[in-house]
Structure formats: C-alpha cells, structure tokens
Design a protein around this ligand. Sequence first.
Ligand code: AMP
Length: 419
Amino acid sequence: MSGVPDHLRRPVRGMRDWLPPQFYALRRMEEVLGAVAESFGYRRVETPVVEHFEVLAKKAGEEVVKEIYYFRDKAGRELGLRFDMTVPVARVLSYNLDLPRPVRWYYFTKVFRYDEPQHGRYREFYQFGVELIGSSSPRADAEVVQVLAASLEAAGASNYLVKINDRRAVDKLLESLGAAQYRDVVYKALDKKLKLPREEVVGIMTEGGLSREVAEKIYDAAGELSLEEAVDVLSKLDPKLGATYGKFVKYLEASVPLEKMRFDMSIVRGLDYYTGIVFEAFVGDYRLAVGGGGRYDDLLGLYSGVPTPALGFAVGVERLMEAVGLQAVEKPLDYYIYIFDDDAYKYAVAVARKLRAGGHSVVIELGEKSLKDAFEYALKIGARHLIIIGRRELEKGVVKIRDLEKREEVERPLSDFLA
Ligand code: AMP
C-alpha cells in the first residue's frame, strides 16, 4: 500500500485545501463581510469561474494576461479562469443594460492568477468586493471607500490604513513637468516605491528616458500627505480636479475616520483600467495590501459599447484573515449518541431527530466502538454531550446525557424525545 507520490497528495501549486476549521473561518469572514455590503444596499452576484478568454484579455493589460489560466475546451473554445470579478461583472452588465442604475453588487468568491506563489500570493484565492456601477459622483467614490473601511473594521482589522491616489493627479503632475509621454514608465516606477530604495525607483524612470531632475521631482512629489493637504496640491495642479477631490474628501470626512486615510501618489495599481481614484488598504504591520480598488470609467464601455462610469474594490480574503489572525473556527458537535445493541437504534434515531429539529448537530455511533472508545472519540471530535441509551436506561424509560465539558450527568425521560 504505497499510494500516490507525496507531491500528488498536496494541492496543485499555489492552491490550498480548506479543512473544516479553516473553512468555517472563511465562512465567518464571508458572513461578516457580506453583512457589511448588504447593510449598504449591495446585493450578491456570482458568475461562472470560466470566461471567454477574449473577455478576460480585453481589459487585462499585458502583465495580467500572462497570469490568466488559459485553456481550450473539447469544442475548441478559448477559455480562461477569471482573475478578478470586475471583468465578469462588466460582461454581465453588458447584456443587462436595463438594470436601474446605479447598480450596487458585491461578491465573495474564488479567482485565479497564474502568479509566482509566495507568502500571501496564491494561484487560487478568494476575493470579497463591491462594484458601484453607473455613477461618476465623488459621493460614489466616498461610498466605496466607506464600505471598504466598514468591511475592514467589521473583520477585526480596525488598525487599517487606506492609501488613496488619483491617476489624474499623476497625469497632471507629469503634464506640468512636460513628461506626459513617460506615463507608463512613471507608473511602473511609482508602483515600486514602497518596495525599492529611492535610487532604484529614480533609475527606472531615467532608464525609461526621463531626465534625472524630473525623475527626482516626481519621486519627491509622490510622498504621503493627509487628504486635506492633497486637496491643496491637486488644486494647484488642476483647479477642476482639486474641486472634485475636495468634495470627495468632504464626503469622506463625514463618513470615515480621516486619520486612517492617506494620499499617496505612489499608489498607481497594476491593472490598466483605472481612470480616477485608486486606493490600497493595509492592516497593521501585515506587509502586503489586503485590498485595493478604484474608478474605471472606461471599462464597462469596452464590453457594452455604452460608456458607464463605475468603481469598486476587492479584498484578498486569505490576506485579510492572516492579517487579523483568523485561521480556524472549531465547530463543536452537540450530541454523540451511544447505544449498546440494535434494539435501541430506533430510540437513538428518535432522540436524534428531535434534537436535530431543535437545531442541534447529532451523531449516532455506528456500532463499531466500545463505550470507552466511543467516549474518547467523542472527546476528540469536540462533542459537547454524550447520550447513552442502554438496557438499564430503556427499562427506566430515560436517556443518560453526559455533559463532556462540565463532566456532569443527568437523566431525561425518553418520552421527552418521542413526542
Ligand atoms: P488587485 O486588484 O490585484 O489589487 O487584487 C485585490 C486584492 O486581492 C489585493 O489587495 C490582494 O489582497 C488580493 N490578491 C491579489 N493577488 C493575490 C494573490 N495572488 N494571492 C492572494 N491574494 C491576492
């Protein structure tokens, strides 16, 4: 009996198995986060894991296309696994144009990326997120940030920080420096600002063709500011943008703790489709972003042909769980019923039925264990009570219920369970 080799016993690289305690922890996250989205009037959607490859590739951008799980089905269709939920939602809305706008949807589901697995980076993982579709109001921007903040708070991550930027601000800054044509390389460099030393980030820009002087100016402009300071900076770059941003900040001021919000021009985010505000959320000293999002006003039009402003965020659920230390939730068994012979089986079933109807979980011994072994097994699987229905109990018309935590035993009339 050698079985399969060890590597086949483990999940495919970058993926994981969820045993019950881990799965119940995930379920708890799902309940907590879902309740927040619901409380803001968002409604849950689900879509197929498999999408037309063309749909996925359309908005993905070069970097992300490389990360798509791609395959052909037996009929030769080119397909892929979704790498986020924003694209599937955009596709769904492209043939549901008559839904009243704005649409508020949320999801909690699996996505797939053929990325290099490492700590906090998986190939199959869960995302929780919302999409607010059909509004370009800065109030929509503030609402989505507020839902993100409320979600992190509810998940037990009250030590969060949201770093916010606006892609238009970076673009205006580049314009003002006469460097608009270097947008891509500047985004790429700024994206590395948190990870690399100054010299290297400036280096990425100069290698991309920028002068050292301008590259350093951009680097220095991309420091952290309070949101109020950011309004001043943006107003100087572009009064109209400053005014919109001012409103956004006012709405945020009324709805979230502003001290947990920072303006940071180095937050550009990888995905190509962002057009306005972008943000990333961090929790405590957990190194990786637990969530991110922003406005993507051009994306939905790509699918439907109808320009539709929209924004959203996605939280990496495994990362959030790790950041708040929620790894396992044990689910105890309420009752374990032990009988000594088959004649008592019908009573065990009746007792179990009654208890189950009352919302309890109940297991009936399968008839292979001695009382001692059953007792040990019940303790190991975390049963709260052991019910014993033996000949003596049946003669007395009772069942014996042993509380395994308190180590107390009571008898209850069998008739209580037969009604
Ligand atoms: P993104 O839109 O790519 O920033 O993804 C949103 C969030 O999903 C990120 O902030 C992460 O928390 C999470 N995430 C992204 N990629 C991965 C991955 N490969 N493994 C686990 N979580 C991820």
